[in-house]
Design a protein around this ligand. Structure first.
Ligand SMILES: NC(=O)CC[C@H](N)C(=O)O
Length: 367
């Protein structure tokens, strides 16, 4: 019997119920667990190992619009002696579940060691296939993201009132490191505020020969000796991260370089006095076009965010650095006189285009 036939014999029903009552029926290929979360769609064609382990997906049920997942398997879950993942973006899967149209239990890739379904089961994360992800995505685009619930097995008549909350949960506190971790590199010392950092941000800094001092999201780093401050990506609503905003605000009094990515862009903007709002359905893909303000330079970027900085609230000391060419929303900010800047997209982009990796070079050059 082939690997696939064996798998098919064990298939189990799974149901996705949206907050508005819409029901999608499919088949389970992950863990046997019912779960609720914010249903978001990602239009990238590859990268499910990286996306699932991106801590910014905590609290979310990830819909892939690309119609097939699993066919290239999953790389080994290995880490270097400092605990940095070799092929993934963190220690474990952070998305609450994955929702796909078609799933291939059979896989083929030079670096694959297990199937997507086996990985999900091992980490206790549900997966559903057989869902009309095109219809589901159209619904989310028209209505905006909404809460959803996955029920595994025949139990889909279950009372669906419990969809949970997304906006007011402090997911950053769940995924941030709990103590200071130092990665020895060069002479220059960068404090990295860990709001749920993707490991490729750490790899990208270390590659540029700096020492990285990774601190918990609410740690007052102002007491440390350092040359530059880096603000990581992270899950959830930036309005739940006030302790980080207060610490960054203190750092804004000084002149040490500051760079932020994604949640880091939002927290830097908040520390500078700007406000954040929620986008209708966010940007989650590998092909978001952004323009550098004041230039004709455009970049294709990898993104995963649901909130955005309100350009109109930036105040007189700040200006937009990048603008999204699809919808005109903010994609980064810079201070007009001090070395503070940030990007809403992912310059470390793993997986995704590497057009904007220069942001790390620019930051390290300022140290
Ligand atoms: N990747 C991120 O850092 C996301 C930031 C924030 N959680 C948002 O959704 O906008």
């Amino acid at each position: 019997m082939t690997q696939h036939m064996d798998y098919m014999q064990k298939e189990k029903k799974a149901t996705l119920i949206l907050d508005d009552g819409t029901v999608f029926r499919g088949i389970s290929f992950g863990a046997d667990k019912n779960i609720a979360g914010e249903v978001v769609f990602n239009t990238a064609m590859t990268g499910y190992p990286e996306s699932l382990t991106d801590p910014s997906y905590a609290g979310q049920l990830m819909v892939l619009t690309y119609p097939l997942a699993g066919n290239y398997g999953v790389p080994p879950r290995i880490f270097n002696e400092e605990g940095i993942a070799t092929f993934m973006e963190s220690e474990k899967i952070h998305a609450e579940a994955i929702i796909v149209s078609d799933y291939s239990h059979e896989y083929s890739h030079w670096n694959a060691v297990e199937s997507l379904g086996d990985w999900l089961k091992d980490e206790g994360v549900p997966g559903i296939y057989g869902i009309d992800t095109r219809a589901l995505t159209k619904k989310l685009r028209e209505h905006g993201v909404m809460m959803g619930r996955i029920i595994i097995g025949d139990d889909d008549k279950e009372n669906v009132s419990g969809f949970g909350q997304y906006g007011n949960v402090n997911y950053v506190d769940n995924v941030s490191c709990k103590e200071v971790i130092t990665y020895a590199g060069g002479k220059k010392r960068v404090v990295l505020v860990d709001c749920g950092v993707k490991h490729n941000i750490i790899r990208s800094l270390l590659k540029r020969n700096v020492t990285v001092i990774r601190v918990p999201w609410d740690y007052d780093f102002n007491q440390l000796e350092y040359d530059g401050l880096f603000l990581s990506n992270g899950p959830g609503d930036p309005d739940t991260c006030d302790a980080a905003v207060q610490n960054i605000r203190k750092a804004l009094q000084g002149d040490k370089p500051i760079c932020g990515i994604c949640m880091g862009n939002q927290l830097l903007a908040k520390a500078g006095g700007a406000s954040i709002y929620k986008l209708k359905y966010g940007h989650r893909s590998h092909n978001q076009p952004v323009r550098m303000v004041g230039t004709e330079k455009c970049f294709v970027t990898s993104q995963n965010h649901g909130y955005a900085v309100d350009n109109d609230t930036l105040g007189t000391e700040w200006e937009p650095l990048f603008i999204n060419m699809n919808d005109g929303t903010n994609e980064g900010i810079r201070h007009k006189t001090k070395p503070f800047f940030s990007a809403q997209f992912h310059p470390e982009a793993c997986s995704g285009p590497t057009d904007t990796e220069f942001i790390f070079d620019d930051f390290v050059a300022l140290l």
